[in-house]
Design a protein around this ligand. Structure first.
Ligand code: F6P
Length: 540
């Protein structure tokens, strides 16, 4: 048993679970008219209704006691203060400094980092304005029409998700594209449609060593030089975003065309840094700054609100309740907003790369579950795909419904329909349908027409999906992830688990290319290598 699972707060929750496991949400609502008012809150313009979760006042009290026991307040303070919360890499995680709109200094290694943060923001703003205004031209003197971000993971998912979400604010004369996969089909299919004279590539990589990004950037560079006929064209069509100036220079991009960020920005927390350059290009720097302001408003809430009102903490604790005490394996993210179509994918990295850990901060293997599998799709599409399992399957699946009160596309009555569907689903999941309610169904069909209900959901309501509220929404989830890491006593800011596959891929690449003799592999890998070699050998 670990210190956590043996602790008084954990054991109290375990005992509580055994006593209250059977409580139905329908009854909790029936007996408590004040439930919605008590179990909902507002921060940074977001309204969060968590009343349809399987908790009572007592559950919440016990969860807050767990948060106190794990030193939640202290850990929040340490995050903002720039302490080395990423202990395995001995550095802070200061995404909050990137969007610090206050005059408070943020000190790392005895230096206030805010002047540097502001300098790069100014550089981004100036560049975005020149590109958007047509002042920055390509090698042949034509303005930029297509921006192609080449990056992967945090250097792709965040800016891509935000650009999709803020499409209503986008410049009509500029398209944004995102290439991440090393599969040539990704870049190849896009290049077919692009004009090199009007294309700007943003090579985004924190380390500037990532295989996929460097391979894609090299191919894009070759394509451009071939089409424009001169190597010096690269200077007008390639910029880089990185912490690694030497790497950028070695690739052949002038550091004058580089936007810097710092090792205290985690890849999956980096969209607020220069990694957000495609966002600034696509929607303008003013909008990008509004995004930062929304995140900052949520930061202020997270650092100052008491635990009982602190929405990221509350959502984090609810997740802990489901994962560790009610045995939920997954968490669904269901934006009722087509513009948030990339939000579940973005959160997969943010959450699963952060909290998909099995060793605690003291180096011991944990004996409790950590991050759930994050998945989801926009509503209403999901309703016609996987919702059947939520309604009548055998698994407990906590779900977040995210919806904006107002739409950017007020087409006929589409938005009221969307809202109605969103609310109907959370109500149906919660209430279910009893045998009595199914009494008028044909007897042989009755068992199939009963829904157990009691499926928990949280509804996050935005006034509209604008830059400010989107920033607040993303920061809400970032801090929820951190709050859970505090409870689980794990470091959410490293990702050693992705290294092994990268190392093996390097060995296998040399073997597939025929540069080295096959190493000792397991039977399956050796067999597959053999099959791949055969047709290629044939073709030669
Ligand atoms: O997959 C691991 C990872 O390091 C992610 O954490 C990161 O976001 C991604 O690769 C890309 O890294 P980079 O920005 O250094 O190219």
């Amino acid at each position: 048993m670990s210190r956590l699972t043996e602790s008084p707060a954990w054991r109290a929750l375990d005992a509580h679970r055994r006593q209250h496991a059977e409580q139905h949400l329908r009854d909790l609502f029936a007996h408590d008219g004040g439930r919605f008012a008590r179990l909902s809150g507002e921060a940074a313009g977001l309204f969060v209704d968590y009343s349809k979760n399987r908790v009572t006042a007592e559950t919440l009290e016990l969860l807050f006691a767990l948060a106190r026991q794990q030193g939640m307040d202290g850990w929040i303070a340490r995050l903002f203060a720039g302490d080395a919360v990423n202990h395995t890499e001995r550095r802070p995680a200061l995404h909050t400094a990137l969007r610090n709109r206050s005059q408070r200094p943020v000190v790392v290694a005895d230096r206030d980092v805010m002047p540097e943060v502001r300098r790069v923001l100014a550089q981004m703003g100036e560049f975005a304005e020149r590109v958007r205004g047509g002042e920055w031209t390509g090698h042949t003197g034509q303005p930029v029409r297509d921006v192609v971000n080449i990056g992967i993971g945090g250097s792709d998912l965040g800016p891509q998700m935000v650009c999709a979400a803020l499409e209503p604010y986008a410049s009509e004369s500029l398209n944004a594209h995102f290439v991440s996969n090393v599969d040539g089909a990704h870049l190849g299919a896009l290049l077919k449609r692009l004009d090199p004279r009007t294309t700007l590539f943003v090579v985004a990589s924190k380390t500037f060593t990532t295989e996929e990004t460097l391979a894609n950037a090299a191919s894009a560079r070759r394509w451009l030089i071939e089409r424009l006929g001169e190597e010096r064209a690269v200077a007008r069509h390639f910029v880089a975003v990185s912490t690694n100036e030497a790497g950028v220079r070695a690739f052949g991009i002038d550091p004058a065309n580089m936007f810097e960020f710092w090792d205290w920005v985690g890849g999956r927390y980096s969209l607020w840094s220069a990694i957000g350059l495609p966002i600034a290009l696509y929607v303008g720097m003013e909008r990008f700054e509004e995004l930062l302001a929304g995140a900052h408003a949520m930061d202020e809430h997270f650092r100052a609100a008491p635990l009982e009102e602190n929405l990221p903490v509350i959502l984090g604790l609810l997740g802990v309740w489901y994962v560790n005490f009610l045995d939920a394996q997954t968490q669904a993210i269901l934006p009722y907003d087509q513009s948030l179509c990339r939000f579940p994918a973005y959160l997969q990295q943010a959450d699963m790369e952060s909290n998909g850990k099995r060793v605690d901060r003291d180096g011991r293997e944990v004996d409790y579950a950590t991050a759930p599998v994050i998945w989801g799709e926009p509503g209403t599409n999901g309703q016609h795909a996987f919702f059947q399992l939520l309604h009548q399957g055998t698994r407990l699946v906590p779900a977040d419904f995210i919806v904006a009160a107002e739409s950017h596309y007020p087409l006929a009555d589409h938005h009221p329909r969307l809202l109605a569907n969103c609310l109907a689903q959370t109500e149906a999941l919660m209430r279910g349908r009893t045998a009595e309610e199914a009494a008028d169904e044909p007897p042989e069909l009755r068992p199939y027409k009963v829904f157990p209900g009691n499926q928990p959901s949280t509804t996050i309501l935005l006034p509209r999906l604008d830059p400010f509220h989107l920033g607040a929404l993303i920061a809400l989830y970032e801090h929820r992830i951190y709050a859970q890491a505090v409870i689980w006593n794990i470091n959410p800011f490293d990702q050693w688990g992705v290294e092994l596959g990268k190392r093996l891929a390097r060995t296998l690449l040399a073997e597939i290319r025929g540069d080295s003799a096959p190493a000792a592999h397991d039977g399956s890998t050796a067999g597959l290598l053999g099959r791949l070699a055969a047709p290629r050998a044939h073709g030669e």
